[in-house]
Design a protein around this ligand. Structure first.
Ligand code: NAG
Ligand code: NAG
Ligand code: NAG
Ligand code: NAG
Length: 775
């Protein structure tokens, strides 16, 4: 974006000019002008006539010269006729507001679907708007590929995929179809035949303009799409397309395990991968925007690190100048760890240095300098084994340094050399066009690389962290329990991703109850036995897990630990005895695993062994030693709040600390014995109190939830929240313990046989069993 830094550094005085705009207005407009050091006069813009009907706007630099006015409309609408306005030095906006064409929010339109060949589109309309549906039918003898119905989406694209009516012509390639809004030249699809696309006048083409039919029956490039200025890619699209493209170009440097099948190793083991990331922050108005950019970059490099081992990074932010966060040259002296990079990003401050322009060319020049340095350092020959991936986030508005295109051409030259062999795979340039007004014509030609899509168009940087997060190869991680993401946001969806195993349990009959539970496999919820009472039927149990297939899950059956018996010790003056307070609830249908729905790890399984990075012949005992190792172990459980759920932090008192902790169980109501082991068996973990740390205390409704520990970004459940000595909180929330209040939790390591008998049962074909360790 045009620079948002100070152009005029000294202001002598304020001058009030009275200037008449006699053309459109007889009113005298007061124009506030300022005299600069250089002697030039600049004026503030006014907010006259810039208002937008049905929307609002923000200003990047108030009404000062260089300020950008950015319009905002509700979802499904876009600002019209202007997307943004720039305040010029003489106090006028460009484009100027037009009195007879007032600024308003216009409904989003989708490109014309009536380009289908050999079929009908219904309903036929001149124009199609958000939520308008269409359906497609082929003429007799033609077969439909793609979607038979599509809906116009709020981002200006049609849902689904391009419908194509074709019949077998014996051609080498299949009919590549015509995307909405486009026209195609080329109607034969034999080897080396070329098709060429163009878009209707008010749209532009993103993707391959030209495609050639290859001998293998595939078209080169990718299907293009016609975009309006108001068309954006959704997070999901970016995640899918960038995910597959980047995986293509980054496929692991060194396989973690040589025996893994199906992984194409594009980058040879001795190759080096250099990743250059640049983020344009000139349109950032608030500190939050910068934080969003930092988070997105952090997330991006975390993702990259899951595909490749040890790439070298260059990371820069740019506005009026280059702010270098990570210099790739540093990687030649030391291997810099991922956590150091993240730390540097986090502690990086922009300061308020100021120059006068946005120079995208300088970004590419900086990257090229680094490449030149690397080449000198490693030598001509070794440089040939270097792979370069450039990822740039910008809206493409540069006002100094000229077009970066020649620099990109030089970079290509440098990497491709004059080799006879194909060297295209050594260089990828991804452009993320971000902003209210994007300079597509300047940005799209800067992309480089074969295979997947390299150009993405986004409204803002806000959701990028989540977007990159979606880039998980689900096949690779399907079996991974306890995988979760750590967000700093408070959004509803964020909680589901932080605790993707969380299940809300409710019993709905004459005696309604609420509990928590945890997803421990695709079919089972682990909870406390006390949540289920005699007389409860599966149909009374309501499980909430939102996996996109309906929030409320039907329950098939539930199993309570056979040794659970609340009244077992009434004769020993223990009114309620909660030993073995665990139960498993089986769902009618397995949940759909995704970033926001995924099982937690439970003790003594092979999955947990891998999560804890223990060797194959390690034992269950070793897992326990790792997770409950000290005299004190910091653990967490969840509680329902208006914020969906929040964390409660506790310290399990183990070893020599345990006796003092469990002693307080004798003070609980309904306990009239003084034999503490009659109340608290070895199966319980004890938390609460104020020493050495002030713990949180469980509230009604927290029961059945997971007491868990995070280990290397994986979550392992060690216990189930069972009962407490005091009711300090009837209403719930994050409440601190007093000196004597204690909570007790069933230690899962003590109920492994029960878990294994059900979850590990491989004598059934009702559900996929978990693999438990032999010992
Ligand atoms: C203000 O400056 C712009 C750009 O320099 C120029 O095109 C425009 O005519 C000027 N307007 C007035 C009212 O002077
Ligand atoms: C298409 O959308 C427009 C704008 O919302 C609406 O007025 C029109 O009725 C819709 N047409 C159909 C066929 O749904
Ligand atoms: C990398 O490995 C390839 C194939 O094993 C070999 O041809 C090439 O010379 C090696 N390059 C370097 C820089 O070691
Ligand atoms: C629970 O324990 C009591 C006391 O030992 C016994 O009478 C009762 O039968 C037990 N209930 C179950 C369901 O086992």
């Amino acid at each position: 974006m045009y620079c948002s830094c100070k152009i005029f550094s000294f202001l002598y005085c304020f001058l009030m000019f009275n200037m008449g705009f006699s053309v459109h207005s007889s009113r005298l407009a007061a124009l506030l002008c300022l005299l600069s050091m250089g002697g030039g006069v600049w004026c503030e813009c006014t907010e006259d006539n810039v208002q937008i009907e049905g929307g609002d706007y923000k200003l990047t630099k108030k009404l000062e010269s260089g300020s950008l006015l950015i319009y905002n409309c509700p979802k499904g609408f876009y600002p019209y006729p202007a997307l943004t306005r720039l305040c010029q030095a003489n106090g006028t906006w460009t484009p100027a507001p037009k009195r007879f064409q007032p600024q308003r929010c216009r409904i989003v339109e989708c490109p014309d679907p009536n380009v289908l060949e050999n079929g009908n589109v219904s309903p036929p309309q001149e124009r199609y708007f958000v939520d308008n549906g269409t359906s497609y039918e082929c003429y007799f003898g033609y077969t439909l590929r793609g979607s038979s119905t599509r809906v116009c989406l709020p981002n200006g694209k049609w849902s689904g995929s391009t419908p194509i009516c074709s019949h077998d012509t014996g051609d080498n390639c299949a009919d590549p179809g015509i995307p909405p809004g486009a026209s195609r030249s080329g109607n034969t699809f034999g080897i080396d035949d070329t098709v060429e696309y163009s878009c209707n006048s008010n749209q532009f083409l993103v993707g391959s303009r030209e495609r050639v039919c290859q001998a293998n029956g595939q078209w080169t490039g990718r299907e293009p799409a016609c975009y309006y200025k108001h068309t954006y890619d959704t997070s999901l699209e970016v995640a899918e397309e960038f995910g597959s493209a980047i995986k293509d170009s980054l496929t692991i440097l060194e396989p973690i395990d040589d025996t893994q099948e199906g992984r194409t190793i594009r980058i040879p083991k001795n190759g080096t991968l250099n990743i250059y990331i640049a983020v344009d922050i000139s349109e950032s108005i608030e500190e939050k925007d910068i934080q969003d950019a930092k988070n997105a970059v952090k997330q991006l490099i975390s993702k990259i690190s899951s595909f490749v081992v040890n790439p070298n990074y260059e990371i820069i932010f740019f506005a009026c100048e280059i702010f270098e966060v990570i210099n790739i040259i540093d990687f030649w002296d030391d291997k810099i760890s991922l956590s150091t990079i993240k730390e540097k990003l986090e502690t990086f401050r922009m300061g308020d240095k100021a120059t006068a322009a946005t120079d995208l060319n300088l970004v590419f020049k900086t990257f090229m300098e680094r490449m030149t340095f690397i080449k000198l350092r490693v030598g001509e020959e070794a440089f040939k084994e270097h792979y370069h991936t450039l990822i740039v986030f910008t809206d493409g508005a540069y006002n100094r340094g000229g077009s970066p295109a020649p620099t990109v051409a030089k970079i290509k030259n440098m990497v491709y050399k004059t080799e006879t062999q194909e060297r295209e795979q050594y260089l990828d340039i991804y452009m993320f066009a971000i902003g209210a007004e994007i300079f597509d014509d300047d940005l799209q030609p800067l992309t480089v690389g074969t295979g997947g899509k390299h150009y993405f168009r986004l409204r803002d940087i806000e959701n990028l962290q989540e977007t990159f997060d979606e880039i998980i190869d689900e096949d690779e991680v399907k079996g991974l329990c306890g995988l979760h993401v750590e967000y700093d946001t408070t959004e509803r969806d964020a909680k589901q991703k932080m605790y993707p195993w969380m299940a809300l349990v409710a019993i709905q009959n004459e005696d309604p109850r609420k509990c928590l539970g945890s997803l421990v496999s695709r079919e089972f919820i682990l909870t406390a036995a006390h949540c289920l009472k005699f007389g409860d039927l599966p149909e009374h149990v309501r499980i909430e897990i939102d996996d996109g297939q309906g929030r409320v899950k039907k329950v098939k059956t539930f199993m309570i630990h056979p040794k659970y018996n609340v009244t077992a010790k009434v004769d020993k003056k223990v009114n309620k005895f909660y030993d073995y307070d665990v139960a498993l609830i089986q769902l009618e249908k397995p949940v759909q695993i995704s970033t926001s729905v995924r099982p937690i790890c439970i003790p003594c399984t092979v999955e947990t062994r891998n999560a804890l990075q223990l060797v194959p012949d390690s034992t269950c005992k070793q897992q326990e030693q790792l997770l409950l190792k000290d005299h004190l172990e910091r653990l967490t459980f969840l509680t329902r709040t208006e914020n969906i759920v929040d964390e409660k932090e506790v310290h399990a008192k183990l070893g020599t600390n345990r006796d003092e902790c469990i002693r307080h169980a004798l003070q609980a109501p309904g306990i009239n014995t003084d034999v503490v082991t009659d109340v608290v068996t070895d199966n319980f973990l004890c938390t609460g109190g104020r020493t050495p740390f002030r713990d949180h205390i469980a509230c009604t409704g927290d029961g059945g939830g997971a007491l868990f520990k995070n280990y290397e970004h994986r979550t392992i459940q060690v216990a189930v929240v069972s009962w407490g000595t005091k009711t300090l909180c009837r209403t719930g929330g994050v409440i601190e313990s007093d000196g004597t209040s204690r909570d007790f939790h069933i230690n899962l390591f003590r109920v492994v046989p029960f878990l294994k008998s059900i979850l590990g049962n491989d004598n059934q074909d009702d559900y996929a069993p978990l693999t438990f360790l032999e010992s």
